[in-house]
Design a binder for this molecule. Sequence first.
Ligand code: PEP
Ligand code: MG
Length: 879
Amino acid sequence: MAKWVYMFSEGDMTMRNLLGGKGANLAEMTSIGLPVPQGFTITTEACTQYYEDGRKINDEIMAQVMEGVKKMEEINGKKFGDLQNPLLVSVRSGARASMPGMMDTILNLGLNDEVVAAMIAGNPDPKFERFVYDSYRRFIQMFSDVVMEVGKKYFEQLIDQMKAEKNVKFDVELTAADLKKLAEQFKAEYKKQLGEDFPSDPVQQLKLAIEAVFRSWDNPRANVYRRDNDIPYSWGTAVNVMPMVFGNLNDESGTGVAFTRDPATGEKKLMGEFLINAQGEDVVAGVRTPMPIAQMEKEFPDAYADFIKVCDILENHYHDMQDMEFTVENKKLFMLQCRNGKRTAQAALKIACDLVDEGHKTEAEAVAMIDPRNLDTLLHPQFDAKALKAATPLGKGLGASPGAACGKVVFTAEDAEEWGARGEKVVLVRLETSPEDITGMKAAQGILTVRGGMTSHAAVVARGMGTCCVSGCGDINMDEENKKFTLAGKEFHEGDYISIDGSTGNIYEGEIPTVDASIAGEFGRIMAWADKYRRLKVRTNADTPRDAKKARELGAEGIGLCRTEHMFFEEDRIAAFREMICADTVEERVAALDKILPYQQGDFEQLYEALEGCPVVIRFLDPPLHEFVPTDEEDIKKLAAAQGKSVESIKALIASLHEFNPMMGHRGCRLAVTYPEIAVMQTKAVIRAAINVQKAHPEWKIDPEIMIPLVGEVKELKYVKKFVVETADAEIAAAGIDMKYQVGTMIEIPRAALTADEIAKEADFFCFGTNDLTQMTYGFSRDDAGKFLSAYYDAKILENDPFAKLDQVGVGKLMKMAMELGKPVNPALTVGICGEHGGDPSSVEFCHKIGLDYVSCSPFRVPVARLAAAQAAIAEGVK
Ligand code: PEP
Ligand code: MG
């Protein structure tokens, strides 16, 4: 029989896959003697089984749960549903990878009318009565919301009504009698909504709660979070059942969340928040603004001293920054959770370096602990320093997630998404955020909330996404309903510009320009370590000298793809290019190409200059020609006049370029097959540029690499290559210089991968164009797939966008095949990738594994690729 349930005393931190992160760490804390209320974990395998059984907990699992309950009762000397000594529990999710706020939690489970009455009868303190009713109404509300999906709002309305009636501002001001009445109202609401009584049997409550946590693995926000964070659906979540300790018992109790180092900056100092007389969700949900952790020392000196000791023990044990949840009940400390804390990219780098300096980690371990996706945020814009100096903040909140954001104010997640989709930059302003807001938060440049601390949902999620966030600006007077707020006497409406600084927490009226981030310090140190370990080279996709320079700054070791068509979109060039398209004869076309040649040559010279002798791959013209012809009547007239042709003939030409499937149409090497003179011109431009730069810099070795796109048949390559070689050899001979060059091809059509042995005979290098290869392997249009992919996610057909994260099973198989066919035929063949996947960490890892020589990605992703490449090598045991 499978073991579905583990007591905390039966596990340890190595069992993360089975027990989830929370369960494994609760077990580990138990094993090292920390004060953890003793309960049990239901495994992630039980979650998978729940789904296999048609979303049901089978009898075998439930029987083991009940054994777990029995053991828990014995250990704690309390009993489920007992009127003398009732056991109340929390039921909490915990997947392998932490997913803060994405899944469900139920507290105070085990309460019912009899238990409540018995508890009160057993303790004459009126404060205790208040506590019991406070716990009861929380439980009914959470259970209804999370387990029965009634919706929080009905209960919140009742609380607001009660507060208004009693003329108080905070929940803590409500009396025992008020809360008792609320609990009654909540139960009545439950019955009204669901047509049945609130379940009073603790075992039934428990079963329903466990099911709810399993179910929450599949809720929409968890699905979005998983997609963003590369967490497979198949992992499932564990469920932790733990005896309650009560932070809301009295004023000698409280609850808090803390980090052993600052999750925003990485500074080595305890950071956290604490609330007296409260339960965990009050801190995280941001309903009350908590006090800084240091203040806990004054309120609860003994528990604070114990907590500091625990922090030390945990850091020395896990050798990483810890994020902890704890509760103080009657001045005694209990640990409810610990995990390696989420952190900003800046903090991650600092912490990794500090951990090496403190002897906790080796350099390789430090490199391995940085999430490459996070690096993006370091490269994000900051406010222009001068403009910032001139600006006066209107208000200030907490700098919850660094970076600068500027955009139009929107008040709902839906609006953020909608406005974002039409290209508007927005700042989402909310009273507080909840996990349902995640897609809106993603669409926004920045997030501003009125309530909530550094550990509130908005702060944690924004940090994870690398989105600028200012939280807890209590000075804002919010009117969400009418889509407006006032701050420092200024009224903001939907659509007004606002600027926020996620590092300082400052809020500004209007637009403040932003500038690129500059990277220094720990970034360089980590990158230098990463470069020691990686085997893959990292190049960049750059079409302009500006991009190329940026990429060099960020560590690119060459250009892996220069899309030459991007050089034609500029005003002065497009005219010559259009002339080329309109040509009726070869002579006309050559004359037009002669005009383009100097532009191209100039561009290529600048690229070679920027790359200082590093390799540069120049890809010949790829896109369908219709992309260059005008659509506007005026522009058509202008073109006709310039060409000395009739408007009708130009229109007829444009119509003739129309294709039903342009991505599979007259593009790529097919253009060069029809018009070899284009390839001839481009070859001249490349070789002449290379010769000029070589002459100017004899210390560099310029070795031009010419790449022919969209080859599916070796004869296509051979045909185009003949023109390239003839032209290049003639240019080199005429210059009297000794220069080598390479002619390679993209592998981006499945047939090219399937016949890579043939193609390798003619190619000096391969470069996988995984954008087209994905398009043609799946048969998904790369420009239109977005329309239906979300249905594919919902139906669990796909977990990720295959255009962002390489499909290793299908597209990857073709890549592997091309490597295995090509390399033996041409052992000198170098192989790279220049599709978008070249900057995606898991795809980079795959490229490492199948033996590519380099990855090429957009300039800002170069550091991500360098780190991912190092991690792939380290994971393989490279020291
Ligand atoms: C590709 O297809 O992956 C590629 C890099 O080329 P493009 O995106 O220009 O088609
Ligand atoms: Mg392509």
